[in-house]
Write a protein that binds this ligand. Sequence first.
Ligand code: ADP
Length: 227
Amino acid sequence: MISIQQLSVSYSEDKKVLDDLSIDLPLKKIHGLVGLNGSGKTTFIKTLFGLHKADQGVLCYNEKKLTKKDIAYLPTENYFYNNITGNEYLGLFQDDIKEINLWNELFQLPLNELIDGYSTGMKKKLAISGILHQDKPIMILDEPFNGLDLESSRIIRMILLKLKEQGKTIIITSHILETLTSLCDYIHQLDNKKILVSKSKDEFEEFQKAIHQRIEKENSQIINKLF
Ligand code: ADP
């Protein structure tokens, strides 16, 4: 179990982003974290990874303090040292070049070229490859599908399902609910500084419908005035 108890995080005295948030996440599952832009998803996972200090709260993995060593973390934005090749970057995580080349049959990256020349999508794929080479029990991926083409998104989805089968616990954020419903075992909604609801697979359809209905109700009057 990953256990998060009474977590509060703020950026300044008057800017609390998470407030007394508690949740238990079962292991060996894929957890989706949804919420509006600015609801605190990135802050939440940066805090889990230890990049942001909590004001208060207890974070545990298997009843011990959660540490960076337990986690492979993919940030939303990828910052690379651009003056090395893709191969040199992946070599930080994996010294078996054959293994790197086999993985790269999936992503088809020009690994002998400098990262400087990579497109945004290629950098994302390189960052994801790096994460997949790290053998950590927990993977936290912040918006992994953003900026990826259909084929790469599908490949990553297939890999994540395999990793779950192998016993990894995966936490993925997205501001688009549909990207998570086909992949996750649980979806947790972050709203008003807390986890508002957690839903399991059999409840996703109803959950998605309710969210769509609320958005349509809130906006239909304006749209009807416009058209
Ligand atoms: P999400 O990932 O759900 O879009 P974030 O965690 O990025 O949300 O942001 C939550 C809130 O915290 C937003 O209001 C955002 O403006 C604010 N915020 C995020 N990072 C910082 C920062 N470094 N300094 C001050 N405020 C921040």
